[in-house]
Design a protein around this ligand. Sequence first.
Ligand code: GLC
Length: 722
Amino acid sequence: MKNNYEKEIQDLLMEMTIEEKVGQLQQCGPSLVGAFDVSFEELVNMVFDGRISKADFQNIMSSAKHDFHEEDLRAGKIGSYNGLNDAKTANELQKIAVTETRLGIPLLFGYDVIHGYRTVTPIPLAESCAWEPELWERTARIAAEEATAGGVHMTFAPMVDVSRDARWGRVSEGAGEDVLLSSIYGAAKVKGFQGDDLTKEDAMAACVKHFAAYGAAEAGKDYNRVDMSMQRLFEEYLPPFEACVKAGARAIMPAFNDINGIPCSVNHWLLTNLLRNQWGFDGMTISDANAIAECVTHGIAENTADAAKQAIEAGLDMDMTSNAFSETLVKLIAESAVSVEALDKAVANVLRVKFDLGLFDHPYQTSEEREKAAMLKPAYRSLAREAAEKSIVLLKNETLLPLKPGIKLGIAGEQANNRGEMTGAWAIKADGEDCVSLIDACMTQGIDYVYLEENTVIPEDCDVFVAAVGEMKNQSGEAASRASIELPADQINLLKKLIETGKPVIALLFNGRPLAIPWVAEHVSAIIEAWHPGVEAGNAILNVLFGKVNPSAKLTTTFPYASGQCPIYYAHMNTGRPGGKSKFTSKYLDTPLVPVYPFGHGLSYTTFAYSELQLSEGQEGVTASVKVRNTGDREGTEIVQCYIRDIVAKRIRPVKQLVDFSKIPLQAGEEREVVFYVPYHKMGYYDMNMRHVIEEGEFELFVGGNSVDCLSNKFLYKPAIS
Ligand code: GLC
């Protein structure tokens, strides 16, 4: 694969007019026209606030047409489209670009393929609980195979925003609260989307988002300000993006938010000093939707022209649908308010990615035949089921699970019988009817069950009740922050009603974020965290409930006791008064000191015992070995976690930080030695002068099956005498 197109890029730039250059920086979102007499924005608000039903909305949309602004395309004013998702339209538009524009520069089609295209896999937060990079890469690969068949060249994923505040709805789209996991998750997704040769027709460019620290939006409120020390930014929020750049991601999307007062879309330090000059990124940057124009609203730009000038000079290459570039850049260049050099840099980055994707040689990368053959293959469905089975977390199990064959289930709760709800947020190409609900699975697998419609009399002959509770998929994802993440009263009342029967009750959670479920944790016999599990939801859940699959997933996000505990996370600082019995310690008067379920928690149908943790310090790193035994009567897979603590440093350090993990299958009775090698540089931090240092002195190393119950040993780190 050729990987240097600089001559071709410079030759093209020499030929292009200013207007054509600006055109390459315009990503057009097909606007909907006709069929309704309000703006599309208002129509969406009307369905969200209930003024029209979802059915009415669908009917209106079905008669709406898309305006692809073909005349602008012919005039060379459009370089890319967003939200276009069918091969026929893609090829029609590509034909115009390639054969009817002066220079025939091919289009780039971007789309949000966050967790599958037609074969919807578990939401990222769910899949992250598998702690399995190979799985993350495999599901990204099938997403690319389907999406590219549908005409997509670039996905606006992976989202690697570390998030520690469950009130934020977009925690559903990432890999949870941990820096290392988010880094490994992101790199695996980049490799899966892009494959080993970007010019291949089933490869799509990864556009990593949202750069950066969007997950730290103040108070978990979407789009809110972000303000933190540079030390924290570099230690907790930037590493996943650097990992994705190192993995070869070809695009980056700056976040809506500011960092310490400068919105990311116009943040020269972020987009040029750090991303280009320090990290050596040579792909393209593309704004979030409308984000350039919104810099006026932020109060950092006087008007759209000022926003466009700031953005392109900061290092933002393409404008996603705000039209700020297309409406103002030609004039700004003519007035020398923006240099041709800045414009050429941005265009070169966009052209480079189009060359990387092979679009100049093969502008038509799909066909309607390929598209038809590519979707929902049986192999894709079975991978989606495997991913769901590996993402389902067994949070609580007194003795009830796995269920014995032949028992009668009483199933309640809307999500148990709602296929569309299984896709979760951002499954924009999905057809909910592709999903298998729990009720569907019970029917096809011949389970003896009864579905309890609302207010039906609870039958006496059920052996076990399964109550689907949690949140609907539109309660997580973008613009879905929630001030209260407790279960609603009607769901608690349903659980109470079922518990009053005296029969065991399983709470089956469908949700896109951690929820505050202390009452549930105390009163039900078992809790299965299913998240939004995708097309094979029902089959995966049944396989776990009846023990065909032994759950192995572990939480990558802390489950708080109450909304008021947010943000809450395991890698916290000790403080001078760590929460304790004494009054004058760091705690809330009205909640326990700890969360309901900690980071790394997840049960199995077997049990594991840890012993003989031994450490040995080497020149470059410390080696830890531990024995893990399966002490139960069936096979199981354990996710062994390794944490570190720097006990004394020149800045205070977290009480634990994940530095490695290992997922190991063990037969009943089998014992295995697990060895971790922790390079000393993983123990470093940024001092007050932003130097990355590793503190000489005492460290503690922990190993366990979650972030609380660990074996630990201390060791001394002394830098090698250079
Ligand atoms: C949205 C999201 C971003 C998405 C983009 C395109 O506003 O913030 O994650 O990729 O618009 O749909």
